[in-house]
Write a protein that binds this ligand. Structure first.
Ligand code: NAI
Ligand code: SOE
Length: 380
């Protein structure tokens, strides 16, 4: 079996998730290649060493450029904040490395376009880490839609409501800075809803949106832990986006994404209405997909709940009983398996940088519409 030697750049939240993916993918699914956790890159020697030991990487460094140029590396996994995705991905593509890059692919669609061009020129495998579409219940929704019994798709209603920074005293971080993140809820969490909307319904042609920022500054953590008067960082991105969508296929839709909905922790949901029925999903009940078919007898019509398990997408590799449950980690394990398999089979991965670029185009249109308060076409 061929080894795939991986460099992981960024050892934070996603560094952990991706490392788990590489460890566990061969445990859950038939391995097409053997992922080797070769090198972990972080910003300081101490943290790089600590995370390399924790996540089982053979070596570590603070210089991603050295790693990307290293002939001993086959694939680069980008798990850094949004502002470094493009530079690293373009260098990795030019060095002939396959790439798994976290979402959002970039801070803007134009930046994403440079990444897409680089990987297309290089002919490497490329993937954007929209992992939620790997939730078995969401992949099952895709299967049900392909069967056609839901008829003509009329409406997509998507939400992503969180409250992790709803407290104004939540510390300042890169996600609150346009220069580092590109946008706030739009790129950080609405991007997931947009990937699911494209995956299940199709391309978005036009949007009208509004954005809001409720918290304009946040305390800058004091590394010394001193008691001096806290300093504050200016927040220059959105906390919330509300939008109406038009799809190229004729459906319409709505999207809400916010970071300040107290009590909503990871409320990623969709509801799809077709002429033949409805699909409902709530990530906080992620092993369940609810479906209602219009052609049921009148006295039997209503929602049924399907609990995903062995007969459903990815079931052959996950846990052996329905409703044993999957977590966030399994979505990353499945995602890493898809990346490894695409590389082994030398075929495009999904979702790829084209998908990441398309989502970025919609995100740009949402932000532009919020500025002009007009319906805004999504550039191709
Ligand atoms: P984080 O802040 O927890 O970790 C980022 C790490 O990257 C930090 O440890 C930082 O030191 C390191 N880093 C920054 N610049 C670097 C450089 N030049 N070289 C090496 N290391 C560098 O951030 P988090 O939450 O892991 O987010 C990383 C990316 O993953 C973002 O693009 C974010 O949007 C995405 N993300 C995706 C999720 C998903 O569900 N798909 C979930 C959370 C984050
Ligand atoms: C914060 O909103 C965050 O970590 C996002 O960055 C991720 O993409 C999402 O999966 C979980 O929440």
């Amino acid at each position: 079996m061929t080894d795939l030697r991986i460099a992981l750049i960024g050892g934070g939240f996603m560094g952990k998730a991706h490392a788990l993916g590489y460890v566990a993918a061969p445990m859950f699914f038939s391995a097409a290649v053997r992922p080797i956790r070769q090198v972990l890159v972080e910003q300081t020697e101490a943290f790089a060493a600590a995370q390399a030991h924790r996540y089982g990487f053979e070596r570590w460094t603070t210089d991603w450029r050295e790693v990307v140029a290293d002939p001993r590396i086959d694939a680069v996994d980008i798990a850094t904040p949004n502002d470094s995705h493009a530079e690293i991905a373009i260098a990795a593509a030019e060095a002939g490395k396959h790439i798994l890059c976290e979402k959002p692919l970039a801070r803007t669609a134009d930046e994403a376009a440079t990444m897409l061009s680089a990987v297309q020129r290089a002919g490497v495998i490329h993937m954007t880490a929209f992992n939620f579409r790997r939730t078995p219940a969401i992949a099952l929704a895709r299967e049900i839609l392909d069967e056609g019994r839901l008829g003509t798709i009329q409406n997509f209603r998507g939400t992503y409501l969180q409250d992790w920074p709803a407290d104004p005293d939540h510390p300042y971080a890169w996600r609150f800075q346009r220069a580092a993140a590109g946008s706030g809820a739009v790129g950080d969490i609405a991007s997931h809803v947009l990937d699911i909307a494209r995956y299940l319904v199709g391309e978005v042609s036009e949007v009208t949106a509004m954005t809001r920022r409720y918290i304009d500054q946040r305390p800058i953590p004091d590394p010394t832990g001193g008691e001096q008067t806290p300093r504050y960082g200016k927040v220059d991105v959105d906390d919330e986006v509300l939008a109406l969508l038009r799809f190229e296929g004729g459906a319409v839709g709505s999207l809400e994404a916010t970071r300040v909905a107290h009590g909503r922790h990871n409320y990623l949901t969709f509801e799809i209405h077709g002429s033949g029925g409805t699909l409902c999903f709530d990530y906080e009940q992620r092993d369940q997909l609810r479906v209602a078919y219009a052609d049921e007898p009148a006295n039997r019509r209503g929602f049924r709940t399907i609990y995903t398990g062995p007969p459903h997408p990815y079931g052959e590799g996950l846990w052996p009983g329905p409703a044993l449950g999957i977590g966030y980690g399994e979505t990353k394990i499945i995602e890493c398996h898809e990346f490894l398999t695409a590389v082994a089979e030398q075929r495009p991965a999904t979702p790829d940088f084209e998908d990441g670029y398309r989502v970025a185009r919609i995100a740009d249109a949402l932000l532009a519409s919020a500025e002009t308060s007009t319906w805004t076409p999504v550039a191709r």
